[in-house]
Ligand binder design. Structure first.
Ligand SMILES: C[S@@+](CC[C@H](N)C(=O)[O-])C[C@H]1O[C@@H](n2cnc3c(N)ncnc32)[C@H](O)[C@@H]1O
Length: 186
């Protein structure tokens, strides 16, 4: 385990802190996601939590798109289901419970994003490899983590893994107290 990162998983009992007004101001989901999502895309939100970003992604992919909302904790997915039940986006979101180091999906993806998750993942190399494999040529992966939970060298290591998978960095979005990179699969 690296000392530069934190491995404790976000407790389901504290999931409310991932989905409240101030966070919406600091991390506006539409502003963060809209440059990377268009109509009809198949998108995976890896480590979706209660769906703070996944619900917006589902709006952005439109009625012909799909968001696969992946999380290792059933409690997070239950909260997500609660928030989307009966809404039009319910049809576009597919909650999926994964294992800590194995996704278990086989969809071809236009975009994978993973926000504030990788510092909790024990075998990041394996997970990133699996995520990158699912992305179509021309697709993208967008990783973002907190400056406090992931050091710059640890984040650069993540980017290196993605580059080794045949991607190249095309943007480094700037968001509050975060490190972020978007990489394209050529
Ligand atoms: C800090 S929360 C962030 C949730 C969401 N991405 C957001 O920004 O609102 C981290 C999430 O990652 C999930 N997680 C942690 N390790 C994981 C793993 N190995 N595979 C999938 N999800 C994981 C946790 O269950 C939790 O929901």
């Amino acid at each position: 385990m690296k000392r530069s990162t934190v491995l404790r998983m976000h407790p389901v009992e504290h999931a409310g802190s991932l989905d409240w007004k101030l966070r919406r101001l600091l991390y506006p989901p539409v502003k963060i996601l809209s440059p990377w999502i268009s109509d009809g895309m198949t998108v995976a939100d890896f480590g979706c939590g209660p769906g703070f970003f996944a619900r917006t992604a589902a709006e952005l992919v439109g009625p012909n798109g799909t968001v696969i909302a992946v999380d290792v904790q059933e409690g997070m997915l239950a909260m997500l289901r609660e928030r989307i039940t009966g809404k039009p986006i319910e049809q576009r979101i597919r909650p999926h419970r994964c294992k800590p180091d194995h996704l278990g999906i086989s969809d071809q993806l236009d975009l994978v994003y993973s926000f504030y998750v990788m510092h909790e993942v024990p075998d990041r190399e394996r997970v990133i490899h699996e995520l990158c494999d699912l992305i179509k040529p021309g697709g993208t992966i967008f990783l973002m983590d907190f400056v406090v939970t992931m050091s710059r060298p640890a984040f650069e290591e993540l980017e290196q893994i993605v580059v080794q998978e045949g991607f190249r960095a095309i943007a480094r979005p700037r968001h509050f107290l975060s490190r972020a990179v978007v990489c394209l699969k050529d």
